[in-house]
Design a protein around this ligand. Structure first.
Ligand SMILES: Nc1ncnc2c1ncn2[C@@H]1O[C@H](COP(=O)(O)OP(=O)(O)OP(=O)(O)O)[C@@H](O)[C@H]1O
Length: 450
């Protein structure tokens, strides 16, 4: 391995689950395929902490478990210290199992409740024959002290400990095999904030002491802000952004990263940044949106090139389009909206009410856009959802809906999110950063604001 090789390299990693394998499901046609990880490329360097963030269901655990083959990946390649992992036999994976450890989110689930801590931490020492049996007790005591517990804790059982202490036991067990690389899957998400900070400090101390490399998974950016060297942001099976941590907390970022960032509780009462609230949940990976997978929730989708629309207005138009698409033949779908009068006699008021319901101004600053919208709203107000849908789709399309963005560096920098000597660019999968769509965004400074 040369100096420049990463410790771990993942290429085109895919993990698909079939939701049901039963005969009845196949007979009824209810078998669904879920693409939890959709062709991810990633590199992790020795000694670094790579944070992996995204909402629940984005595929973080599936990615981490596949790369260690705790679950079999469907496709792709993983190399560890230059050696392919994906085609190794189970027996061959034994050495990898000591080099690489996985610490689970919920220690109560991963620690055997029937065993005292001495056995939980001692088991890997025995299985991998790391110390002779007569030295095991002493080594367990050392490991417990290394993670801030007492040697006397060895005789107790998992339920006798607090959440933070249980996570320390999980760490002691992982450290028993003297690993190089540890995957930490939501290690602090079940803990109080003060306990979180203590555990994150411990992780940093252990990294410095033992030269560890971490993949640190979290659904919350605040957890990794002070710990990770680089951050990869995951949405619906894809990495949508990867870069040095400081770049993701300042400067231009993917709109999804911006939303995660704005969700961090701000201790300063004078802070006047805008909270970005994402609508709805992560869509089902069984039926992901076309184009950019984030476009159905993106606060700033790329508007059509022919109009001068601000991002918020276009978001409203796109949400209206989605509502009409979801209506699927239900002509009364708009009547369900609170501010849209259900009274058929008030049909002439409905276009205005629909605009209001979707935060679209009463009049768009772009006359041609306003005409096209009015035309569609007239059809919607008259209950002709099909016509409204068609008119909106014809007039208000976005490349976000049709073109899948690549994870590309649009400034200076390389594909793995490392800065180059004189640049601060890092890979982002978003059309807003792609010059190919510049004509859609005449004033880039406006939509890139956070
Ligand atoms: N064994 C499985 N069978 C079927 N679908 C699964 C399985 N495991 C995960 N999934 C689905 O794959 C998607 C990604 O799940 P995954 O647990 O990897 O995401 P995550 O980002 O780690 O979320 P969380 O933090 O909630 O664990 C989800 O839609 C989930 O329902």
């Amino acid at each position: 391995m040369s100096d420049r090789d990463p410790l771990l390299r993942i290429e085109g990693l895919e993990k698909r689950y079939t939701t049901a394998d039963g005969f009845l499901d196949r007979l009824l046609g209810t078998v669904q395929e879920v693409t939890a990880v959709d062709g991810v490329d990633l590199e992790i360097d020795e000694g670094e902490t790579l944070g992996l963030v995204g909402e629940s269901g984005c595929g973080k655990s599936s990615l981490a478990r596949s790369l260690l083959r705790l679950t079999e990946p469907t496709a792709g390649s993983v190399t560890y210290r230059g050696t392919e992992v994906t085609d190794r036999s189970r027996a061959d994976l034994r050495s990898l199992r000591t080099d690489v450890q996985y610490v689970f989110q919920d220690p109560l689930e991963s620690l055997n409740p029937q065993l005292p801590v001495a056995d939980i931490v001692g088991e890997p020492l025995a299985v991998h024959e790391i110390v002779p049996p007569e030295d095991r007790e002493e080594r367990v005591a050392e490991l417990l002290e290394t993670v801030g517990l007492r040697a006397s804790h060895a005789t107790r059982y998992p339920h006798e400990f607090s959440g933070g202490q249980r996570q320390r036991i999980g760490l002691a067990r992982a450290l028993a095999v003297e690993p190089e690389f540890i995957v930490l899957d939501e290690p602090v998400s079940a803990l109080d904030v003060s306990v979180q900070a203590q555990l994150l400090n411990l992780l940093e101390d252990l990294q410095a002491e033992f030269g560890l490399t971490y993949l640190l998974i979290a659904h919350d950016l605040s957890v990794i802000e002070h710990v990770a060297d680089r951050v990869a942001v995951m949405y619906l099976g894809d990495i949508v952004e990867i870069g040095p941590t400081e770049d993701l907390f300042a400067g231009d970022v993917h709109p999804y990263t911006a939303a995660l960032r704005s969700a961090i509780p701000e201790p300063d009462p004078l802070w006047d940044g805008d909270r970005i609230v994402l609508e709805g949940d992560v869509p089902s990976p069984a039926d992901p949106p076309s184009g950019c997978r984030f476009h159905t929730r993106c606060p700033i989708p790329v508007p059509p090139a022919e109009y001068d629309l601000d991002p918020e207005t276009f978001r409203g138009v796109l949400s209206l389009r989605q509502r009409l698409a979801d209506a699927d033949g239900d002509t009364d779908v708009l009547a369900g909206l609170e501010s849209v009068s259900p009274d058929p006699a008030a049909a002439e008021d409905r276009p205005a009410a629909i605009r209001e319901a979707f935060d679209i101004p009463a009049e768009l600053r772009d006359e041609a856009a306003d005409d096209a919208l009015s035309n569609a709203l007239e059809a919607a107000a008259a209950g002709d959802v099909d016509a409204a849908r068609e008119r909106l789709a014809a007039a208000f399309s976005t490349p976000c809906e049709t073109d899948r963005p690549d994870l590309e560096t649009h400034g200076d920098g390389d594909k793995n999110g490392d800065e180059d000597a004189d640049g601060d660019g890092h890979p982002i999968a978003c059309h807003r950063f792609d010059d190919a769509y510049a004509e859609h965004l005449p004033d880039r400074s406006e939509p890139r604001q956070r």
